[in-house]
Design a protein around this ligand. Structure first.
Ligand SMILES: Cc1cc2nc3c(=O)[nH]c(=O)nc-3n(C[C@H](O)[C@H](O)[C@H](O)COP(=O)(O)OP(=O)(O)OC[C@H]3O[C@@H](n4cnc5c(N)ncnc54)[C@H](O)[C@@H]3O)c2cc1C
Length: 396
């Protein structure tokens, strides 16, 4: 969505295919970090973005048996000393609305890319299944932004290196009461953890469980899960009955992987299609946006000149984004191994915060480190492709 907007804004004809009929899906996280806020400011969309229903959090907290612990503090970051939680469908609608202003931008919903069209060793388009039947889109550049189960990366024969993850997530909603905590926060448990995103009248909950244990759980009666929620978050115990059956709970598989090569002649892969991110740090959306900005900055000028970007240029996008991706995935894997794996293999009642952890995170400069690492990331991208309402090229 971000790449489509940036290219259309520069005058390049863009056709974007989205397999779903709308953006009303809950599964992809809500965290918009300061790095993305900077991009929104560059594109003149910050004000409209901050007018969406959202929450700004200056600190991220985890609740232990002996009280809350702040582990990330955004207050020192400039110019955005906070993290924004916004339902992703609102964010995507905002980007789509901004892009639709350009007559050379086409967003096709219920259009599922199925395979690549290749001619003379080059990708020249995609074949898609749409509500109106089969569709062929020809393009000077095809960009695969189709996420963790990317059809285009499989069609290109590109195999990612798998790094694995120790957890999966059960995702559901539960009502929120005035007497509940106000902030979005995590709850530490033994054998499971929970993240609660405050969406005003309800909590969007992520219940973190050991990898592969979801199916066995879902074979048990829903009452067992209701009791488990009440054990981890006692303040929710009077309303776990709102989760009436397993149909109210989605099982989200977590993984981490990365392609060694993000391109072929005529094809570029970015975002999760090139590197699947773990939810740790709530950073995957933001990394995908950074990839989009880098891609627009690098291939945009060539497309504006009416030329076809060669593979050398596509390799420049990968070279620019590979290091930040490696670093963030490395940190995610470290946290998965040293914190999540240990916590998820334990049993018993919710634990108190380890004394060393409580001591360490009592220092503000320590709490600033995760805020800086995940909030700003590494090699921050700024929009350099200028806005120009001229139609030049076609891109999918
Ligand atoms: C449980 C969980 C929680 C997470 N929480 C967060 C979080 O809070 N914050 C955060 O920043 N990251 C989070 N992440 C990571 C984040 O979801 C991804 O890194 C991010 O969504 C990647 O963005 P993307 O645009 O590359 O792919 P996606 O967001 O997956 O978007 C891909 C799009 O392509 C569409 N599509 C797929 N196949 C096709 C096709 N064949 N044809 C047409 N369209 C297609 C999909 O419908 C989708 O709209 C989480 C991940 C998991 C698993």
């Amino acid at each position: 969505m971000m790449l489509g907007l940036l290219l259309a804004r520069a005058g390049i004809a863009v056709t974007l295919l989205e397999k779903h009929a709308d953006f009303l899906r809950d599964f992809r996280g809500d965290t918009v970090h300061p790095s993305t806020l900077e991009v929104l400011r560059d594109t003149g969309l910050l004000e409209s973005f901050l007018a969406l229903p959202h929450r700004e959090e200056q600190q991220l907290m985890v609740q232990f048996a002996d009280g809350m612990l702040a582990f990330a503090d955004f207050r020192g970051l400039r110019p955005f000393p906070f993290l924004v939680f916004v339902p992703q469908w609102d964010f995507l609608e905002l980007l789509a609305g901004a892009a639709r202003r350009y007559p050379h931008y086409t967003l096709l919903m219920r259009a599922e890319a199925e395979t690549l069209i290749q001619e003379d060793g080059r990708v020249v388009g995609v074949r898609a299944d749409t509500a109106d039947g089969p569709l062929e889109v020809r393009a000077d550049l095809v960009v695969g932004t189709d996420g963790r189960h990317s059809t285009l990366r499989a069609a290109a024969g590109l195999q990612p290196r798998q790094f694995g993850a120790p957890m999966d997530v059960l995702w559901f909603r539960i009502s929120r009461r005035r007497s509940d905590p106000d902030q979005t926060f995590g709850i530490a448990g033994r054998g499971q953890m929970m993240a609660l995103i405050n969406r005003n009248d309800y909590w969007q909950a992520g219940f973190i469980i050991p990898k592969g244990s979801g199916d066995a759980r879902r074979r048990r009666p829903i009452m067992d899960f209701q009791a488990e929620i009440a054990r981890v978050a006692p303040f929710l115990s009077g309303r776990t009955g709102e989760i009436r059956s397993w149909q109210d709970v989605s099982l989200l598989s977590v993984g981490v992987d990365r392609l060694e090569r993000w391109h072929l002649p005529g094809l570029l892969l970015i975002g999760d299609a090139a590197h699947v991110m773990s939810p740790v740090g709530g950073v995957g959306i933001n990394l995908a946006v950074q990839d989009a900005v880098a891609a627009a900055n690098i291939v945009g000028p060539v497309l504006c000149d009416g030329k076809i970007p060669d593979e050398r240029l596509l390799a420049c996008v990968q070279r620019r984004r590979m290091l930040p991706t490696r670093i963030v995935q490395g940190i995610q894997r470290l946290m998965q191994r040293n914190i999540l794996e240990r916590v998820l293999s334990q049993e018993g009642p919710p634990p108190p915060a380890p004394a060393a952890m409580r001591f360490l995170f009592s220092f503000r400069f320590v709490r600033r480190i995760p805020a800086r690492v995940f909030g700003l990331g590494f090699r921050r991208e700024r929009v350099r492709l200028p806005a120009a309402p001229v139609v030049n090229q076609s891109v999918q």
